[in-house]
Design a protein around this ligand. Structure first.
Ligand code: BDR
Ligand code: CA
Length: 320
């Protein structure tokens, strides 16, 4: 049986691919897509999610907008990474998929309440919506099978030397999630940097010969240009689909247990995930921590999902 999941995202180039992997792979049942402010403003991330669903032919999945700013601090977007639109690169047609008239947190609550089995949440963005859900509807914790998130790192950060973007953007929300008692799997930079979209990957998207395959190639190419400029990466890491991959086949992403604590006060380290994999702090295990990716099979699943969606999607490049 497909695993029921909800993606909470801030598209974002890698978020766009994460949505496609979740919608195009038969191992998961995508129940909803929700958006949050992060890579860009909520208005832009929501428009981008609508664009992605439109070009990928994802018309039967409810899409809802959530929080427009972090819990405590002001929003700081990543336009240097994802561009002014948050999804620079391809030209998108005017979106035909719209949002439902419901706050993301209320939509997720309604789905969790009505679904016959616990649902897996896959946040690929700052954890504001998820923290708000757990705070506003604490009874929902038992209806969440697991939270499999992209964020944090066992090693260095990317937005600061110590902190990864999604956690740094809303550290208080991440702190709530890691202390919630809900099973959490953290797919951090240490593992997502193994998902490098090499020129061979771009060529595989192109070779699909569909408008959607071309759009994916353009997304990855733009993302690659900023990663090269900002960090000197030869190929960009597609962070967010790694969290989806962990759900659709746990064997693709190897994990170990540990304690993850979010640094809230560090003068230079606010937003860092302090990851104890060896019990040296005495703090209890509160997470599975991803440490290894089966990169070959991961890309096979990613390309197959885009192929499956592209075979039925209506997309064609047009200005918007
Ligand atoms: C994370 O930050 C965002 O820019 C990406 O979409 C990803 O979710 C990586 O640090
Ligand atoms: Ca993201």
């Amino acid at each position: 049986m497909p695993v029921p999941i909800i993606i909470d995202c801030d598209p974002g180039h890698d978020d766009a691919l994460a949505i496609m992997l979740a919608a195009g792979d038969p191992a998961v049942d995508l129940l909803a897509v929700t958006t949050v402010a992060g890579n860009q403003t909520l208005e832009k991330t929501t428009l981008n999610a609508r664009r992605v669903c439109t070009v990928a032919g994802i018309t039967d999945v409810p899409l809802a907008a959530g929080c427009d700013r972090p819990l405590v601090q002001p929003l700081a977007v990543a336009d240097d990474v994802h561009g002014v639109s948050g999804l620079d690169g391809p030209l998108f047609p005017a979106p035909t998929v719209d949002v439902v008239p419901e706050h993301a947190v209320d939509l997720v609550h309604r789905i969790l309440s009505g679904h016959p089995e616990p649902v897996t949440l896959v946040p690929t963005a700052p954890l504001t919506n998820i923290a708000l859900l757990l705070t506003r509807y604490p009874q929902d914790a038992s209806r969440i099978r697991e939270i499999v998130l992209m964020g944090g790192s066992t090693e260095r950060g990317n937005r600061t030397p110590a902190a990864e973007f999604n956690v740094l953007t809303d550290p208080e929300a991440a702190d709530i999630v890691f202390r919630s008692g809900v099973p959490v799997t953290m797919c951090g930079l240490n593992v997502t940097h193994q998902a490098l979209a090499t020129p061979e990957v771009v060529a595989r998207f192109e070779a699909l010969g569909t408008p959607l395959g071309r759009t994916c190639a353009q997304l990855v190419t733009f993302f690659g240009s900023t990663y090269r400029t900002l960090w000197g990466f030869p190929s960009p890491p597609l962070h967010d689909p790694v969290a989806v991959a962990r759900v659709l086949d746990p064997g693709l992403v190897h994990c170990v247990e540990g304690n993850v604590t979010v640094e809230l006060h560090g003068r230079y380290t606010r937003g860092a995930t302090v990851v104890d994999l060896h019990g040296s702090t005495g703090r209890p295990v509160n997470a599975r921590v991803a440490v290894g990716l089966e990169a070959g099979p991961f890309w096979d699943r990613m390309v197959a999902a885009v192929a499956a969606l592209g075979a039925r999607a209506p997309s064609g490049p047009a200005a918007s």
